[in-house]
Design a protein around this ligand. Structure first.
Ligand code: NAD
Length: 372
């Protein structure tokens, strides 16, 4: 199969779909890998490394899109990239379609087969291709939150860990899954007072066992959230309802009760964000102020630590990429129910139920599709 790796074009996105060792693996399996010149340079991966791994370097993304049967990316295709997709082509990348009707309809119009990293599942539950990026974003959140609390960024001027005699910052984390747990690890390590809110008693039990009495755990209710938000210095949004738009747990009225200069880092912004005042931002302009509160809502947080993120992503995507390339998408989906869960759009139809529901579109059945 001809596998194509275009350079990412999203603002400040330096990750790349395949690292040279993944390319070598595909080449070893008999596939041709077309890599756009300079695709990995932002992650410190130079063209020479790709050439040595057996890739064919091509100039410009047009040739990658025109020639590849399987496109491997990191972020969702931008409008210009979407226009280059075609029927019969497979796209394997993060898509996050539930909050993005334009992208959904463009992908439907392209006729391509679009498999989303974020809805691929694992035997023990969970979303294995989202996990490493959630780990990165979770670990980054207290770091960017701490710098946002500094006066120079418009923050309250509060040091996350405090100092002896001065209390630390109050960090409230909504969602105790992968990103929430990683955010808690770092925030606690920085010396903050940390509380995690989740709607799953099981998750709260796991957190309590993992962190002991150093971490506050609270069951998610509207009341509890309103109370905690009021006293937060740093609020981290880390909730997820798989495939669906993020629930708006924090209303504008709640944000109004926050202290001036306090900070919201909404990791869940890629699914629409979990506060009513969140809107997507970029690494080049990451923050804005709404109701006196600094908002950091970058949709591709792991892009700022591109090297760590690229390797972490490749570790989990490579087995699926090999499956798709070796067997073709249809057989790969027949053989693996977890990869099958990744099918979002094919030949103009939506196959991921939460995405279909979010846009009030009919959901087609992947089982029916694969019968043929
Ligand atoms: N901005 C970025 O760059 C970036 C990077 C990686 C991941 N993400 C996003 O971060 C979000 C979280 O991902 P994750 O991997 O940590 O998910 P996860 O599934 O591991 O955890 C989500 C948690 O949210 C909880 N939850 C759901 N509804 C809730 C509610 N009403 N109240 C309280 N808790 C609730 C769930 O019980 C679960 O524990 C996702 O939207 C993901 O796409 C963003």
């Amino acid at each position: 199969m001809r596998v194509g790796v275009p350079k990412e074009t999203k603002d400040n996105e330096y990750r790349v779909g395949l690292v040279p060792s993944s390319v070598a693996e595909l080449v070893h399996h008999g596939h041709t890998v077309l890599v756009e010149q300079g695709a990995g340079v932002g992650a410190g991966l130079i063209d020479e490394d790709y050439r040595a791994a057996g890739a064919t370097l091509v100039e410009g993304q047009d040739r990658v899109f025109a020639q590849a049967e399987l496109i491997v990316k990191v972020k969702e295709p931008l409008a210009t990239e979407r226009r280059k997709l075609r029927a019969g082509q497979v796209l394997f990348t993060y898509l996050h379609l539930a909050p993005d009707l334009t992208q959904t309809t463009d992908l439907m119009a392209s006729g391509a087969t679009c498999i989303a990293y974020e809805t691929v599942t694992a035997p023990g539950g969970g979303l294995p291709l989202l996990t490493p990026m959630s780990e990165v974003a979770g670990r980054l959140a207290p770091q960017v939150g701490a710098s946002s609390l500094e006066k120079a960024q418009g923050g309250r001027g509060v040091l996350l860990g405090g100092v002896p005699g001065v209390p630390p910052a109050q960090v409230i984390i909504l969602g105790g899954g992968v990103s929430g747990t990683n955010a808690a690890t770092i925030a606690l390590g920085m010396g903050a007072t940390v509380t995690v809110v989740d709607r799953s008693a099981e998750v709260l039990r796991r957190l309590a066992a993992q962190f002991g009495s150093g971490l506050g755990t609270v069951f998610s209710t509207r009341d509890a959230i309103a109370h905690l938000v009021r006293r937060a210095d740093l609020l981290i949004g880390a909730v997820l309802v798989p495939g669906a738009a993020a629930p708006k747990l924090v209303t504008r009225a709640m944000v109004k009760t926050m202290k001036p200069g306090s900070v919201i880092v909404d990791i869940a912004i890629d699914q629409g964000g979990c506060t009513e005042t969140s809107r997507p931002t970029t690494h080049s302009d990451p923050r804005y102020v709404e109701e006196g509160v600094i908002h950091y809502c970058v949709t591709n947080m792991p892009g700022s630590v591109a090297r760590t993120s690229t390797f972490a992503l490749n570790n989990v995507t490579l087995p699926f990429i090999l499956m798709l390339a070796d067997k073709g998408w249809k057989q790969a989906l027949r053989d693996d129910p977890h990869l099958r869960a990744g099918l979002n759009v094919h030949a103009g139809e939506v196959f991921c139920r939460p995405v279909a529901e979010a846009h009030q579109l009919p959901a087609a059945s992947v089982e029916e599709l694969l019968k043929g």
